[in-house]
Design a binder for this molecule. Structure first.
Ligand code: FES
Ligand SMILES: [Fe+2]
Length: 359
């Protein structure tokens, strides 16, 4: 894509209006919110959001902004029986209803019952929590029907998260997303880690779909948890050694192997910074196998090293795209998913420009 797509504040504004205020965005695994009161917070396009497990066991997402003088309510992740505003202690139930407001009963005209935190749409698809600010966005299951048909036998919904972290890198969000979408960079950028084991001729990059792209790596994994567990009867033939690299637009990037998974979910913080949710875990057969947790610890160490290399790579690209003489070249066949992603960005941005164009 042209360098300005990564550096222009005006283009980021267009993305906010056409992508981040409309699309479903992943905030992690539903299993991370197992008990009533478990919550996570996020900033979706400038809107603080809390997702929590209610007393009845439902997942609910709502505005994380107090209805008094608009302080942000909860931070990070945790468990709360009630939501108490840190500013003047107005408190809310897990349903978002105002429960208490100090001294306000003396205030004429104050009606506690008329206050409720605005609700935000939230869906769980394959174990992932997605939220959107768009009341009209189609259901995730419908948007992901083609992907579900491709990866159904993995039964990703049953994979169990074993680690979760958040980071901020100095690059444009799309540079990091594009880095994930291609394995062309593995031999060079990752020459000190996974590069020497990567065979580019084992990668397949089929055309992308409307809401996602993907590529496959078919090979025996060096770590046992990269292949299907002997008791995994869901995956047959070459699928038992196949890793799927999924890019669910706009910002959810998943490495799905027969035995483990890891993911990134991105949120821009300006053109030059990206907030990253980074987690992963094991397929259920490996989760109940104690030795697999040792393998997972080794894998996590390797992922940390690989991510440090990717960070250097994508931060260097961001410095490069700002140069006056920067121009993009042709993509390789292994960057087919990047082409599909560029078309997605162009389509969303231009549809929005078209819709709002002056008559
Ligand atoms: S801003 Fe929340 S109680 Fe005042
Ligand atoms: Fe990489």
């Amino acid at each position: 894509m042209p360098p300005e797509v990564y550096t222009s504040r005006a283009f980021l504004e267009l993305e906010k209006q056409s992508i981040f205020s409309r699309e479903w965005q992943c905030l992690g695994r539903a299993s991370a919110l197992a008990k009533p009161g478990d919550y996570l917070t996020a900033d979706i396009n400038g809107q603080p959001v809390v997702v929590l497990r209610t007393a009845e066991g439902a997942l609910r997402a709502m505005s994380n902004v107090c209805l008094h003088r608009m302080s942000v309510l909860l931070k990070g992740r945790g468990n709360a029986r009630v939501i108490v505003c840190p500013y003047h202690a107005w408190s809310y139930t897990l349903e978002g209803e105002l429960r208490g407001a100090p001294l306000m009963s003396n205030q004429p005209g104050f009606c506690k019952e008329s206050y409720k935190l605005p609700q935000v749409r939230c869906e769980v698809w394959q174990g992932w929590v997605y939220v959107t600010l768009d009341p009209d966005a189609g259901p995730m299951a419908e948007r992901m029907a083609d992907l579900e048909a491709l990866i159904g036998p993995y039964e990703m919904g049953n994979y169990v998260e074993t680690f979760y972290e958040e980071h901020v890198w100095d690059t444009n969000w799309k540079i990091l997303a594009e880095n994930f979408m291609e394995s062309y960079h593995l031999p060079a950028l990752h020459r000190a880690t996974v590069g020497p084991h990567s065979k580019l001729d084992e990668m397949e990059c089929p055309p992308g779909h409307e809401n996602f792209n993907y590529h496959w790596i078919t090979k025996e994994a060096s770590l046992p948890i990269g292949n299907a567990h002997p008791s995994n009867k869901r995956l047959q033939g070459h699928w038992r050694q196949t890793t799927a690299l999924l890019a669910i637009y706009p910002t959810h990037l998943i490495t799905l192997t027969p035995g483990y998974f890891w993911y990134l979910s991105l949120q821009p913080q300006g053109v030059d910074r990206v907030h990253i949710r980074f987690g992963g875990g094991l397929a259920p057969e490996f989760f109940s196998d104690p030795q697999a947790h040792d393998y997972m610890a080794r894998l996590k160490k390797l992922l940390d090293d690989v991510n440090a290399e990717d960070r250097r790579g994508v931060e260097a690209v961001f410095r490069g795209v700002q140069a006056p003489l920067a121009r993009p070249g042709q993509l390789s066949p292994l960057e087919r998913p990047n082409y599909d992603f560029a078309r997605y960005i162009a389509q969303r941005a231009s549809a929005f420009v078209g819709m709002n164009a002056p008559c």
